[in-house]
Write a protein that binds this ligand. Structure first.
Ligand code: 5GP
Length: 195
């Protein structure tokens, strides 16, 4: 998605340790027009899988996931990292190790929101080692629902998540793939630049 690549090149900042900071349009300040087009792109790629729900993880996946759900005309379910007082009743839960926070978080989804017969599309902002996505896959499995694909805004192709998920047979669509952040320079993976 050329517009996204240009935005990353213009406004992305490389933080230490292979972390890309996109606080000007995705993670802190959010660009709604860009999110709308990201949602349209995910909808085009995944509509044929007939998803019935989008699942993301709070908080940074919410903006792109909401726009994808809007375009697909289906609800968005946000997996929570802490159980709010208002979330009563039975839940699905699993542990996810956070790449950016370097700690394990429990993620929780109410049993009333996902179940057999659901076809779930996972959307997240970044793919690094794949732990967030695998945690969501685990929740979908607990629900007895089907996972129809994984949509990622920015995949860091130099980390193992993409390989791990694709080797399990999952369909992973990344709108931008980054080959390297070495030396503070953002290098995109060639095949995406040529699209
Ligand atoms: P994974 O679970 O694939 O290792 O990491 C994915 C999660 O970590 C994403 O949900 C995202 O919140 C966060 N993350 C991983 N790498 C980056 C990065 O380079 N920049 C930012 N802003 N978040 C990241």
């Amino acid at each position: 998605m050329r517009e996204l690549l240009e935005k990353i090149a213009a406004e992305g900042e490389v933080a230490a340790d292979g972390v890309l900071k996109v606080d000007r349009f995705l993670n802190h300040q959010v660009d709604p027009q860009l999110m709308k087009r990201i949602g349209e792109e995910f909808a085009v790629r995944f509509r044929g899988e007939r998803p019935t729900k989008v699942l993301t993880l709070e908080s940074s996946g919410i903006s792109p996931a909401l726009m994808a759900a809007y375009e697909l005309g289906i609800p968005l379910v946000v997996a929570r990292k802490r159980r709010p007082l208002t979330m009563t009743g039975d839940v699905y839960r699993t542990e996810v190790y956070s790449f950016t926070k370097q700690e394990a978080n429990e993620i929780i989804v109410s049993r009333s929101l996902l179940g057999r017969g659901d076809r779930v599309l996972i959307i997240d902002d970044f793919l690094a080692n794949g732990q967030a996505a695998l945690g969501m896959v685990e929740i979908i499995e607990q629900a007895g629902a089907d996972m129809v694909g994984i949509g990622i805004v920015i995949e860091k192709a130099f980390q193992d998540g993409g390989r791990l998920l694709r080797s399990r047979g999952f369909r992973v669509v990344s709108l931008a793939r980054i080959a390297s952040l070495d030396g503070g320079a953002i290098q995109f993976a060639d095949e995406v630049m040529s699209r």
